[in-house]
Design a protein around this ligand. Structure first.
Ligand code: C2E
Ligand code: CA
Ligand code: CA
Length: 631
């Protein structure tokens, strides 16, 4: 056939080819305007090149950073039939497959053309596959995105010498526009992701993935508005888990985080579809229950306490978690988010101090509760700002009338309220997870004081009270060890007192900790004996040296016969077990004499001395008729 009869291989053909390339370019620009994601854009460009411009096949492939430096296909249109997969082009300059149009375009950053598939030696590896599909010439156009050659747009024509001059220019322009389109889509995607991250940070807690306080407030506002319209109630639960600080301090932040995540997932599970759980503070969560009343909220609170009580495994330890929950309701307790949140938190405070663990808001706080609520905040700073004082109360051996030690009792010199007794803040410290720093303070203060006494020639043991929280503190033993090292202390410098009810909270765990304390060589006392219902069998197992009969029995023993009976039989029981007996709360001479008759070993109480500042103890011993000498 004469060349000029062929519509494509003639000047008319030149025009046709140019038209084909122009169509590709303008359709590409249309596609760019409409594209909302990269994959659709690439498919559309390939479709346009084949269906609208008349090429036989068009495809886009991106270079991979694999060993073969392959260029996998990401989009195509037209007569492909597995060509690319079998051809397996590469962007490896040293491989024969890297010399095709795809590899060359990527490597050089310029359009690569095979004018005649049958003749070009660089096309040898792909020739058979191309002939089978009727490809006669090919152009590979590099795609440069954000300065990097990311891939190639390849276009296949059914005739040889299809790509030259102006057509190459137009197709080059197409590829550049396409690359620009890819770049802006990727940028848009990244911006969207960034926007979502910002939104997530502003509205969600990053550790637990739960909504944060800001989101809770918004949801509460929406919820209140909806419930107002529907004339339905709404419940807000404020939850505080009690052991987070302790875990954070003793096991480290990773374990603390794990504990919070576990707590969050249990709360979410308990709340189910009905509620929104949010993390509102370090160890605080809230649950929003639209359409729910006080009864439902209380039931939900009970369920939560039970699920949180299941032990969590942290650092190989099984730790159970306690929580307290305060409940406030719309509209009964408040009609705006601030009021409702505040009342739920007052109820939480009431729950923590009633001992029940759950409280529904009940109107205004009495003056005493309000004062304690404020104290709770101050207590956090009391240890750091050195507001605690070490007091002690002497103990006297009854038969010899000699001083045989003292009990360490903490006092808090509050900047506004003056000198506070432990009754005002120990329970509070226990309930708000602040007993650990307080115990550590006492430990150091007691050993420092003991050191000073020994310097001054007084060798009396000082007994430190431990709380139930202390028994569960995995760092307690290490802490005692390092305080001992600091002061060069001997085991007979201090003793520990643990109440009977503390031991009975976790009899098995207490036994283990007591054994470890005993291994230090210190003496151990069971405090407030008679109030904790321990069994004789359990008592026999405990590695303790003495028991302290609770002052409620001692104080009444001269007036009430049943108290006297309890004191007498306790002394007998203890002696049978080989334990010493201390009577607390000895307020008068008559009690002293009765105790002496019953064979009680040691007495402590106001008739001997009130608790005094520990630094005055040496003077007291020197002045008093209770002569100092180790029992
Ligand atoms: P406790 O261990 O039973 O301490 C004895 C309490 O009885 C002391 O009260 C003491 O002042 C009081 N007391 C002493 N003699 C008499 C008496 O003859 N009659 C009467 N009615 N009471 C007497 P305090 O110092 O107010 O301590 C109260 C409780 O606070 C202590 O009871 C103890 O459980 C706790 N506590 C005190 N200091 C600490 C501490 O450093 N750590 C811990 N965990 N608890 C402490
Ligand atoms: Ca005590
Ligand atoms: Ca006691």
């Amino acid at each position: 056939m004469p060349a000029n009869d062929d519509p494509i291989n003639s000047s008319a053909g030149d025009f046709q080819r140019l038209k084909r390339a122009l169509r590709t370019l303008s359709a590409t620009n249309h596609a760019l305007l409409r594209a909302s994601n990269e994959k659709t854009l690439l498919n559309e460009i390939c479709r346009v090149a084949v269906e609208e411009a008349g090429y036989i096949m068009a495809c886009v492939a991106y270079k991979a950073h694999d060993a073969a430096k392959s260029i996998p296909l990401v989009a195509y249109a037209g007569f492909e039939t597995g060509f690319w997969e079998q051809a397996a082009p590469s962007w490896d300059a040293d491989s024969a497959r890297g010399r095709g149009v795809a590899g060359t375009a990527i490597l050089t950053g310029k359009p690569a053309i095979i004018r005649n598939v049958l003749a070009d030696p660089n096309f040898a590896p792909f020739r058979e596959l191309a002939i089978e599909r009727g490809y006669r010439s090919v152009i590979g156009l590099p795609l440069k995105v954000e300065g990097d050659m990311i891939g190639v747009l390849c276009i296949y024509a059914p005739e040889p010498d299809a790509f030259d001059g102006d057509e190459v220019g137009l197709l080059g322009q197409t590829a550049e526009d396409l690359a620009y389109g890819i770049e802006s889509l990727r940028l848009r995607l990244r911006n969207k992701e960034a926007e979502e991250t910002i939104k997530r940070l502003a509205y969600f807690d990053s550790l637990t993935g739960l909504p944060n306080r800001t989101q809770l407030r918004e949801r509460l506002e929406q919820g209140i508005a909806e419930m107002k319209q529907q004339r339905r109630p709404l419940a807000l639960l404020h939850v505080r888990v009690s052991r987070f600080r302790e875990i954070n301090e003793t096991l480290g932040h990773l374990e603390g985080d794990k504990f919070l995540q576990e707590t969050a997932s249990r709360l979410a599970k308990a709340a189910g579809e009905t509620g929104t759980v949010a993390r509102t503070g370090e160890d605080e969560f809230a649950i929003l229950l639209p359409k729910r009343d006080a009864e439902f909220a209380t039931r939900m609170a009970r369920k939560i306490l039970v699920t949180l009580y299941e032990p969590v495994e942290l650092s190989g330890l099984m730790l159970d978690s306690r929580a307290a929950i305060g409940i406030a309701l719309f509209p009964g307790h408040g009609t705006d988010p601030t009021a409702l949140m505040r009342r739920a938190s007052v109820a939480l405070y009431q729950a923590e101090h009633s001992g029940s663990g759950i409280a529904v808001y009940t109107g205004t706080l009495d003056a005493e509760s309000a004062r304690r609520l404020a104290l709770m905040g101050d207590l956090r700073h009391a240890v750091e700002s050195n507001e605690l004082l070490l007091y002690c109360q002497p103990k006297v051996h009854i038969s010899s009338r000699r001083v045989c030690g003292a009990e360490a009792l903490v006092r808090w010199q509050h900047p506004q309220h003056g000198l506070l007794n432990p009754a005002a803040f120990i329970k509070l410290a226990e309930n708000t997870g602040q007993i650990t720093p307080l115990t550590y303070w006492i430990l150091d203060a007691a050993l420092g004081q003991s050191y000073a006494w020994r310097e001054a020639g007084l060798a009396q043991p000082l007994a430190i009270n431990l709380s139930a929280h202390d028994l569960r503190d995995p760092r307690l033993l290490d802490r005692i060890g390092s305080s001992f090292a600091t002061w060069g202390a001997q085991p007979d410098w201090i003793q520990f007192e643990l109440t009977e009810s503390t031991l009975m909270e976790d009899p098995v765990g207490a036994l283990v900790t007591l054994a470890r304390l005993k291994d230090l060589g210190v003496e151990l006392f069971i405090d407030d004996f008679g109030t904790g219902y321990s069994s004789l069998a359990y008592l026999q197992k405990l590695p303790v040296d003495s028991i302290k009969i609770d002052q409620s029995f001692v104080g009444k023993m001269t007036a009430k016969e049943d108290s006297a009976v309890i004191v007498r039989s306790t002394i007998e029981l203890a002696h049978n077990l080989g334990l010493q007996v201390v009577a607390e709360g000895v307020e008068n001479e008559e009690t002293w004499t009765r105790l002496a008759t019953l064979g009680c070993d040691v007495a402590q109480g106001y008739c001997i001395s009130m608790p005094i500042p520990a630094e005055d103890f040496k003077d007291w011993v020197d002045r008093s008729r209770w002569h100092a000498r180790t029992c």
